[in-house]
Design a protein around this ligand. Structure first.
Ligand SMILES: Cc1cc2nc3c(=O)[nH]c(=O)nc-3n(C[C@H](O)[C@H](O)[C@H](O)COP(=O)(O)OP(=O)(O)OC[C@H]3O[C@@H](n4cnc5c(N)ncnc54)[C@H](O)[C@@H]3O)c2cc1C
Length: 415
């Protein structure tokens, strides 16, 4: 057994959270013979929002060895994204094949309980130790350095696990961010979301059947429409909490009222049946941490930051941050140098990519901006725009794109 703890019960790496970020990082490390433990508070499969992938996850799936499992799955194939204006004017689809040749232009709309379990099971197959229904209460520090965690299973005594590196992949729970008081709101991005699932909504024909459709509404808000397996569709609204809850605090009435007001969406839903509870609420979605790595610790995925669901970049950044971090963690373990500088070597590449996405998020919420207007004014930037929509932003010079963007919408202040 190569990947179990040493005789003192210590691991090379302990990962808090078995979502996509944690499972992907642990898989990469275990394949390189590192002893990894994932502690996950839920029992998988467990529900999670965030179903739409973008194509630049394809290479990560390939390198993880997950492509064949995804291809065998019942997840709808996604080839494009399309925007519908408030008046019902539909943009032509942004097909990912415009920028990516071959198979990699396709991605999937995933039902997360199944998808996340697939990733976690895959990590187990790579030799990762996984303890589900185990909540991490706290990261243990010796002076500045993280040395392990204290964890607990229901009705049992808490216990400590020691490791050379602690990875916070706890998603929106942001374990280290909360423990060290690092979590911050994002100026100008105060959006909330409410969502649910229908069965029997209209599917488009052929290659468009699995597309994500974005329907714009008042308040610069929008709905997502994401086709899922078994004739299900995920439908959610994003807007400011002040707008959504302007008349009532009742989440269900707010959601159903917005669906009714958004005629092109209501038409798509036609006779569809609402089949799941309505979720979400007033909570502001966006946050960042003012520090994302330290001595012996690193944050990945949503534990680092979450900005906005508009471009479906969450899973891409969870998987991408894991893949970028893996060689840095390997090098730190090999050299015995677990300093923030060593562990966080990948951060500039990740942060620059996230910054491009952040610029486009602010543009989307600027009433003076439209994709059609941007592409008309800067036709040479259409390709770069599609690159953002597919996630091809890591390690690339996007300065000409962001300079053009700045001519139509003011860049947001620094984070
Ligand atoms: C409204 C909304 C819509 C979204 N839509 C999309 C979309 O269409 N496409 C997309 O790509 N992204 C979307 N996202 C974002 C996406 O859901 C996340 O980015 C993604 O789940 C991040 O993966 P992760 O592994 O970092 O975290 P998670 O998937 O949240 O995994 C974290 C894991 O850590 C566990 N955990 C937490 N605390 C502890 C603890 N103390 N001890 C042990 N375990 C713990 C949790 O149980 C969980 O399993 C959306 C987000 C929101 C809010």
């Amino acid at each position: 057994m190569r990947n179990t703890s040493d005789s003192n019960g210590a691991y090379d790496v302990v990962v808090v959270g078995g979502g996509p970020a944690g499972a992907a990082l642990a898989s990469f490390l275990a394949r390189d013979n590192h002893r990894c433990l994932i502690l996950e508070r839920s029992k998988f499969p467990r529900y999670h929002i965030g179903e739409s992938l973008i194509p630049h996850t394809y290479g990560t799936f390939e390198r993880l060895g997950l492509l064949s499992k995804l291809k065998r799955s019942s997840f709808p194939e996604k080839h494009s994204v399309r925007f519908v204006s408030r008046t019902g004017k539909t943009s032509s689809p942004f097909y990912f094949s415009e920028r990516i040749p071959g198979e990699g232009a396709q991605t999937w709309q995933v039902e997360r309980a199944t998808f996340d379990k697939m990733l976690l099971d895959h990590a187990r197959e790579q030799g990762v130790d996984i303890r589900e229904e185990t909540r991490v209460e706290e990261v243990l520090f010796e002076e500045e350095r993280a040395v392990g965690v204290r964890a607990v299973q229901e009705n049992a005594e808490p216990y400590e696990v020691h490791a050379s590196v602690v990875i916070d992949a706890s998603g929106g729970a942001t374990l280290i961010g909360r423990q060290l008081g690092l979590k911050r709101e994002v100026p100008g991005l105060k959006k909330a979301s409410i969502w649910t699932y229908y069965r029997g909504g209209t599917r488009l024909e052929g290659i468009d059947a699995g597309e994500t459709t974005i329907f714009r509404i008042a308040d610069n808000g929008w709905f997502w429409y994401i086709p899922l397996p078994d004739d299900m569709v995920s439908v959610g609204v994003v807007a400011s909490p002040e707008y959504l809850f302007r008349e009532t605090d009742d989440r269900d009435s707010v959601f159903l009222g917005e669906v009714e007001r958004c005629e092109p969406l209501a038409e798509r839903l036609g006779q569809a049946q609402l089949v799941k509870p309505i979720r979400g609420g007033r909570r502001t979605l966006a946050y960042v941490n003012r520090q994302t790595c330290g001595e012996g610790w690193l944050m990945l995925g949503d534990a680092r930051a979450f900005l906005d669901p508009i471009y479906s970049s969450g899973l891409f950044l969870a998987l991408g941050s894991a893949e970028l971090a893996a060689p840095c963690v390997q090098e730190a373990l090999a050299t015995g140098d677990v300093s923030a500088t060593r562990l966080g070597q990948f951060e500039p590449v990740l942060s620059e990519g996230v910054e491009v996405i952040r610029r486009l998020i602010y543009a989307f919420y600027d009433p003076a901006f439209s994709f059609d207007g941007f592409v008309k004014r800067f036709p040479e930037q259409r390709g770069a725009l599609v690159d953002c929509l597919i996630g091809d932003v890591l390690g690339k010079d996007m300065s000409s794109f962001t300079a053009s963007l700045a001519q139509m919408t003011p860049p947001p202040g620094p984070l």
